[in-house]
Design a binder for this molecule. Sequence first.
Ligand SMILES: Nc1ncnc2c1ncn2[C@@H]1O[C@H](COP(=O)(O)OP(=O)(O)O)[C@@H](O)[C@H]1O
Ligand SMILES: [Mg+2]
Length: 250
Amino acid sequence: MLEIKNLVVQIEDNRILNGLNLTVNDGEVAAIMGPNGSGKSTLSYVIAGKEDYEVLDGEILLDGQNVLKMGADERAAAGVFLAFQYPLEIPGVGTMTFLKACLNAQRRARGEAEIATPDFIRKVNAAAEKLEINKDMLRRALNVGFSGGEKKRMEILQMALLQPKFCVLDETDSGLDIDALRIVSEGVNALRAEGRSFLVITHYQRLLDYIVPDTVHVMSKGLIVKTGGKELAKELEASGYAEYRTNEAA
Ligand SMILES: Nc1ncnc2c1ncn2[C@@H]1O[C@H](COP(=O)(O)OP(=O)(O)O)[C@@H](O)[C@H]1O
Ligand SMILES: [Mg+2]
């Protein structure tokens, strides 16, 4: 599904990723854990195609196709999705308008017809109900005045609508209370499927009690330094990141 080879990335002359290698198989849920500043968010942005990052070397293959040669919109159409660590508030853009625009952009890029409004509303309402997102939130501007937990649930709603192939969740658990964590995790688990893979980035083992990963990778200083099964997350919870710690306090 996703194969990252020797990825070297810098921003403003700071080398962040230092020849990172990572493979995520079809249907796999891979977790990345690591201390602050190790480059986890950078990796998620580079996969999704955020500008500002300078890719000096390496490739990111999605089903054999190098996504680094594609714009962010092309990657989204190809099925790459990023749930942001800090979802943006977009005043003036209604949540429903935004969701419909995302869905239709994806459909257009795939040569499909736009979704009919009644179908769209039915889809959103069904997904929103599962995620305990109330109708009032859907009527507001995107993420404006949403609590941290509501913003994260909105990211999962977008994911449920877009049905991506490769989903990156960047610290989706941060700022969630235990109920929101359960709701978000159930939303993710419901999307687990043969042809869909996940990269779940988290700081804490707790999320991985709910979204049980197939593999766990430890990231430090822009590299994957250790790979194991789900038990590796438990070991890290017990021993901390001391042996992997970066110098940054970020
Ligand atoms: N826009 C930027 N300009 C300069 N340095 C940055 C920028 N964004 C991130 N960094 C640095 O890159 C490193 C990795 O950051 P990040 O990918 O956010 O790590 P993580 O998500 O693992 O905490 C940090 O040292 C951070 O300060
Ligand atoms: Mg981060």
